[in-house]
Design a protein around this ligand. Structure first.
Ligand code: IMP
Ligand code: MG
Length: 185
């Protein structure tokens, strides 16, 4: 049975208005940096979707979007090893494009490091990353984060694209889980 999130919500760590305000700032920053240049945004499914659709509304330079889905095989359901497999690839060729990867959250950095290696092999003109959340203290591999919404503490979070066992992505805020009330995974 899927439970009501109120049963295990510990705290709303980023409310909707703060998320939207910061996303607007990120959009303005990206617009300045890529002024006059076309941009190809690669959204990593599924967590990045909410962020993508809000972010691109604040980008003023011409934007194309592409999607990619990956699955990582890990030590457990909540940890990645960097052994990623593309389960849905991009449709268009990214060579000579200014590519910006849009991600929901960077944790160990393993997933992103693998995605960057895969995409770099296709020779884009440039390749940068925009992540909404950064669990910086969990980092195991260094990944260059050109744009970053918020640094968050090491807690399991959900909402605004992020799931707990595939649910709750639709919530408009980022909340943390009370692990005594919900056993994640
Ligand atoms: P990494 O490879 O360890 O950086 O893992 C990144 C991926 O793990 C993200 O794209 C999310 O799908 C997932 N993830 C990491 N932390 C959380 C969290 O707190 N809530 C929901 N998903 C998370
Ligand atoms: Mg997930």
């Amino acid at each position: 049975m899927v439970r009501d999130y109120h049963d295990f919500l510990k705290e709303i760590i980023i409310p909707e208005d703060k998320l939207q305000q910061r996303i607007k700032e990120l959009g303005a920053e990206i617009s300045r940096d890529y002024d006059g240049q076309a941009l190809l945004i690669v959204c990593i499914l599924r967590g990045g979707v909410m962020f993508l659709t809000d972010l691109i509304r604040h980008i003023t330079t011409p934007v194309a979007i592409e999607f990619m889905a990956i699955s990582s095989y890990g030590r457990g359901a909540r940890e990645s090893t960097g052994n990623v497999r593309i389960t849905m690839d991009l449709i268009s060729d990214i060579s000579d494009c200014n590519v910006l990867i849009v991600e929901d959250i960077i944790d160990s950095g393993m997933t992103l490091a693998s995605v960057m290696e895969l995409l770099n092999a296709r020779k884009p003109k440039s390749l940068e990353v925009c992540t909404l959340l950064d669990k910086a203290e969990r980092r195991e591999v260094q990944v260059p984060l050109r744009y970053r919404g918020f640094v968050i503490p090491n807690e399991f979070v959900f909402g605004y694209g992020l799931d707990i066992d595939e649910y709750y992505r639709n919530l408009p805020f980022i909340g943390s889980v009370d692990l005594s009330k919900y056993q994640v995974g």
